[in-house]
Structures are given as structure tokens and as C-alpha cells.
Design a protein around this ligand. Sequence first.
Ligand code: TPP
Ligand code: MG
Length: 572
Amino acid sequence: MAANMKVKEKVAKKQTLCGALMLIEALKAENVKVIFGYPGGAVLPIYDKLYESGVFHVLTRHEQGAIHAAEGYARISGKPGVVIATSGPGATNIVTGLTDAMMDSIPLVVFTGQVASSVIGSDAFQEADVLGITMPITKHSYQVRDVQELPKIIKEAFHIATTGRPGPVLIDIPKDMSVAEAEFDYEQDVQLPGYQPTTKPNHLQIRKLVEAVSQAKRPVILAGAGVLHANAHEQLKQYAEQQNIPVIHTLLGLGGFPADHPLFLGMAGMHGTYTANMALYECDLLINIGARFDDRVTGNLAHFAPKATVAHIDIDPAEIGKNVPTKIPIVGDAKEALMQLIEQNGKRPDVSEWLKQLNEWKREYPLMYKHEPGVLKPQRLIELIHEYTNGEAVVTTDVGQHQMWVAQYYKFKRPHRWVTSGGLGTMGFGLPAAIGAQLAQPEATVVSIVGDGGFQMTLQELSVIQELNLPIKIVIVNNQALGMVRQWQEIFYEKRYSHSLIPNQPDFVRLAEAYGMKAMRATTEEEAEYVLKEAFATNAPVLLDFHVHPGENVYPMVAPGKGLHEMVGVKW
Ligand SMILES: Cc1ncc(C[n+]2csc(CCOP(=O)(O)OP(=O)(O)O)c2C)c(N)n1
Ligand SMILES: [Mg+2]
């Protein structure tokens, strides 16, 4: 009987369908729970079939909102985010999001409508060469030329987006392909002989690393987002503890190792901690796990880890040796590599002197800011949010000073709680990303911490948050400035504040109220405590406008062109 049903199911999967229905059936087969999109002419046949499909579609108010929401969903769920946009302007509106996802290795499957096959290349209405535009900012892309190919293309797209180093895959569908019919077979296996990511690390290289660790006097682990993509946080902790090696995170890696762990040294890079940056400068063995040695992390490469033997574990072989000469390259999945390292149970290095030095730096040079009575310091605001959420909230941010303060002062205890735009640094990312994050984890407390500048780049998505009653707490760190730009102009351009001060921001509270959302303002620490308490007691969206001290800067700081050891603003 069961076998019989299976045969029937298979037959049903082989029915003749139009391209639009194929897309919907494929999404169901991929177990996609939500898609983010915006309709238009070229995708009307798809939207018509979506109408009664039962697929949960979120209509964002801008395609950029859709793709950032999909990124937030992917980061928190670990599953690919799915986006639909129409041809021409719909497709060009997702270019920033695709680049963002490409830079930060976020798995996305993105469908764009295209003008009908017969008029491609004729400058037809709403035609854009989306494949041409997006080629360098996608992991892979397709244009459907024959509807028979569509099931295979979608299956491959999900496979490519989620395996190896994750990334965005785009499928461009000419309008006639949505209407044309063919047999729908989604049972076929993916066959891509040219795409076989190496996940199992080379045993010999692992042995080399074990040997190097056993000899090291000042080893350190630099852990990036690769640890999170590989779900290797437990193995990272186990390995660090087994070998007694301190851990530093990149911006995107935060949460991969508990911030309150005694072996944790903080974030590295331009606004990293003194201890993390000095550890990278002084270490004799640097084990990079799933980070790509971004310039914001390394500072001037000529001075980066000058005393270290470098080992680099990465699923993407192209990253190894790209920026930093690497003695021990290990291509593979971070979890597999860490499991092998743990299993080797190599000789523990003698790090007593090293840990003593690191702990001294931690004590001597902690992150710090000045308290001033009657003034709300942005760093204090983040500490308060941390307290109210017990360090366990899902936090999304925009880009700028507030993002760095969150990275410094929100001590992530757990993995998969942190959603920020790292590689591209996309203002306007935080608010829509929170929509996807909340949909991925309906029970989680989601806090979207945004700048007064960046918020205004995608604030139309308040409409979606209110409509779906997503209980997101939106925190505007309002310094009436493009703060990070202002900071650079203060330090490097003789305080010539060219187009970075915005003293006449709109009334964000009334703006939120116009969307039907509860909103409050705070200008002092006492008020901040009061409104945070109110907001976290509310199971509905709340927008909070915090007027923080406008002249505050993010420190410590490694100036561009400087080495990590040349940080300024370490002590007052
Ligand atoms: C789309 C985009 N445009 C410009 C920038 C350059 N930029 C980086 S930070 C920043 C200021 C952001 O201001 P705000 O959102 O208020 O955050 P703050 O730095 O004040 O916390 C700007 C303009 C960017 N990162 N992204
Ligand atoms: Mg600002």
C-alpha cells in the first residue's frame, strides 16, 4: 500500500505544468516556508499562480527590502532565502542585496522576471540585462531558455546556493517561460561534475596543524562566519578548550564562541579590542577558521600577524593565501576540520605565559567610554539592551557607528543571533533583515538596531512589520548624523563636516505612529531604561527613538593604512 502511494506520488510529480506552477511546486518540494517579493508585469503569470498556492509570500514595500529580509531569514534559519522580483527596475532594485549576500556568503535563490524570449535584446519595456548586471555578484545564475529545463535549474540553484561556500543564485525567467508547459520532474538528482566542493580536509594538513599547535607558544584562533555556516560552534569551543587556545572573532563570526568565555579575546580589526588586535600582532601561530582576512580585520597587511605561522581552514580554496601568505592551507568544512583536530587530541601547547599576557591586556585595556550625567551614551544604550535581553536576542543592525557599538557591547552568548551587513556595509540592511529573522524564529526576541541615517533608506518596511504584527523592537540610535562619516571627517578631515550632520531629522515617533506602530523616545539613561522596559513587555512591534550623545566616536580604532598594533583611543 505504502509502496503504491509512493508510485502515485511520483506520477503526480511528473505531471505537465506551466513554468509558474513548476516554480511553486519546486518551492514546496524544497520545503520553502516563506518567500519575499514584489510583483510586476514580467512575473504576473507567477503571481497569478501564487494567488491560491498556499505559499506564504511577504509583500515588502521595495525589492531591496525583500532581498535583505531573505538574507535575515537565511542567517537565522540556516536555510536559503527566496526572493521574487519583476524584470527591469524590480531586478535592478535587488542588486545591492545580491552583492551583500555574495560578500557575506548568504544562501539565496532569487527569481527575476524577464521580458518575453522573443523580445530579449530589443530594449523592450522593463528590459534589463539582469544576467549581465548580476554575473559578478552571484555565485551562479541562469536564464531559462526552455521550460523543460526549469525544474532542473531550480533544483541546481538550491543545491549551489546552500553547499560549499553559500551564496546567492539567480534564475531569470522570461515571461513566456512562466506560461509554457512541460513535464515537471523534480525527482532527478543534481549532477554537476564541475562543482564538487571539498568538505573533508586533507589528513596530512591536519597533522601539520596539530604539530604546529603542539610547538606554539602564542597560538590564537581567528574564527569567522564560516564557523557559523558550518554549524561548528560547539566543535570550536571543544577544540579551543582541549588545546587551551584563545579565540578572536571577526565581525561576522560573533556568537560562534561565547563572549563570556575566559578564552575569548573579543572582535578583531578596525574597531576590535586591544587584546584581540595585539594578540594577532604578537601570536606565533594564527589559526584562521572560516574568515577571509578582510582588510577591516587585518589592517595594513604589511604589519599583520608578522610573527605568526598562518594556518587557514576554509571551504573556499580561493580564499586561502588570497590576502595573507599561508603555511598550512586546509580546504574543507569548518566542522569536519575541527572534528578531526579534536579527534587528534594533539599535545597541548604551553601557553601559560601567553594567557597571562592576554589577561593582563584584558584587564588593562578593556573597552571603555565616558559616562556623562544627563546624557545617553550609545554604548550604554547597547549595554542596557544586552541586559534587558540577557544577551540572547536576535540582533540586526545597519552600518555605521551603532553597528560597531553593538559588535563591541552586545556580548553574544549564542550562535545564529547576529545579523549584520559585514562585507558590503549596506546601510538600510537592518530593518528588513529583522523581518526575515523574526519570520525564521517567531518565538525569538528580535531587536533591530539602526542608525538615523540608514533607517531612512528602507523605513518603508515598517509597513510590513506592522501588517504582520511582527514583535520586532526597532531601536534608532539617533545621533542626528551619518555618525561614522562624521567621525572620519572629525579625525581625518579637520572636522570639515561635509554633508554628514542631519540636525533636522523627522520625528521618528510620529512617523512610526503614522504606520500604526507604538513608538517612544528617550533622551536620558533613565528614560532609556523606562522605554526599554515598556517595549520588551509588549508583544507587538515598537519603535524606540534614542537621542544619544551626538559627538560620540567609536574606539579603539585602527586608522586606514595602519597596522593592528597602532590602534588609537585605547585609553583616555
Ligand atoms: C548604502 C550606503 N551608502 C553610504 C554608506 C557610507 N556610510 C557608512 S556609515 C555611514 C553613516 C551611517 O549613518 P547612520 O545610519 O546614522 O549610522 P551612525 O554611523 O550614525 O550610527 C555612511 C553614510 C554606506 N555604508 N551604505
Ligand atoms: Mg546616525
